[in-house]
Design a protein around this ligand. Structure first.
Ligand code: OSB
Ligand code: MG
Length: 369
């Protein structure tokens, strides 16, 4: 693919509002952006979606930098790459560190699509022209504030409302939302905050006609989830537990979940994402694309991925304005009545705005290839 230079930039961006999950609150996102430049000065972009602390997964912003700089970029430089699928293969002996792998792999996919003069969606085999969008709402101090937020996003047309829960902020919260909005597509995400000792609480959520409960139990579990799924009718959706196609197959085989949330970072990139997608499509497993509070680059990859037919449920691919006063891409991602149009320009289909990057830039490192 004639890559001549790789540029790693660290940005600091403050979100409009803090975002609270069962594992913590986030306000400032530190983001590594990777730019892969070819001999014709075409650039592919990727975003590290790791958190500041290892709360969602073991990876952090700085472990992704270490992996990129000291392990993954040197590995890429050992031999030329002719197709982005080879990146996954090149990294196969490196354990874990999926977010770091996805950062550079997704940049190479963007570059590849631009070199072919096709959209990233087309390069991945996506056929949808528009995708359905849901929204993820953090844990709020009080239920009235939450109800006002839900009302706002339902009015805007978001197709599905996801609410973060944790012990003590669960049954009453979800009950009140359901009472006020009897007909919306509604779900809860626990981010691993419960154990099988909480079955009674989780069973109460079972009467609220939820689309699914996301990752109620441990981040590294599929056994207890299977036991829970046998006791509730609400589908369980796995997020944290699924790091690969193999994980997805095993979770489905033992009935740990009925739905899968796919995150490109969590599974190590777009090639692995496509494999999970194909497996879900063949086996009629509902699939949707999760979010990691991305800025435009990561968001654009999620949108392209969601254009594949097997993404049958609305994803967490909200508009740029959901978290950011200004995004670093042009145009920003907009949601119209719950839909995003898949962009028709080559690659990720959004232009990275270098002036805005300069505004948020903390560090920049260049690697010759
Ligand atoms: O569990 O899906 C999650 C954000 C950060 C870490 C984990 C999760 C989330 C979200 C927000 O739910 C999704 C988004 O809007 O980007
Ligand atoms: Mg989740």
């Amino acid at each position: 693919m004639n890559i001549k230079e790789i540029i790693l930039r660290k940005l600091k961006m403050r979100m409009k509002h803090p975002f609270t999950t069962s594992f913590g609150t986030l306000l400032d996102r530190y983001i590594y952006l990777i730019e892969v430049v070819d001999e014709n000065n075409i650039s592919g972009w990727g975003e590290s979606v790791a958190g500041n602390y290892p709360l969602y997964s073991e990876e952090t912003v700085e472990t992704t930098r270490h992996m990129l700089e000291d392990v993954l970029i040197p590995l890429l430089n050992e031999a030329p790459i002719y197709h982005p699928d080879e990146v996954n293969e090149r990294f196969k002996n490196i354990r874990g560190n999926n977010i770091a792998k996805a950062t550079i792999e997704s940049a190479i996919w963007d570059l590849y699509a631009k070199q072919q003069n096709i959209t990233l969606a087309e390069a991945l085999g996506g056929e949808r022209k528009q995708i359905e969008v849901g929204i993820s709402l953090g844990i709020q101090d009080n239920i009235d504030e939450l109800l006002a937020l839900v009302n706002g996003f339902v009015t805007e047309g978001y197709k599905r409302i996801k609410i973060k829960i944790k012990p003590g902020k669960d049954v009453e919260v979800m009950q009140r939302v359901r009472d006020q909005f009897p007909d919306i597509q509604l779900m809860a995400d626990a981010n691993s905050a419960y154990t099988l000792n909480d079955v009674e609480t989780l069973a109460k959520l079972d009467n609220l006609n939820l689309m699914m409960i996301e990752q109620p139990l441990a981040h590294d579990d599929i056994i207890d989830h299977a036991e829970l799924q046998a006791q509730i009718k609400t589908p369980i959706c796995l997020d944290e537990s699924i790091h690969s196609l193999e994980d997805a197959k095993k979770a489905i085989r033992i009935n740990s979940c009925k739905i899968i949330n796919l995150k490109i970072g969590r599974v190590g990139g777009l090639t692995e994402s496509k494999k999970i997608h194909d497996f879900c499509l063949e086996n009629n497993i509902p699939l949707w694309c999760g979010g990691m509070l991305e800025v435009g680059v990561g968001r654009a990859h999620n949108i392209a991925m969601t254009s594949l037919t097997g993404f049958t449920l609305p994803g967490d691919t909200a508009a740029s304005s959901r978290y950011w006063e200004e995004d670093i891409i042009d145009p920003e991602v907009t949601v119209n009545n719950g839909y995003i149009n898949i962009p028709d320009r080559p690659g990720i289909g959004y232009e990275v705005n270098r002036e805005k990057i300069a505004k948020y830039l903390l560090e920049e490192k260049r690697f010759n290839c």
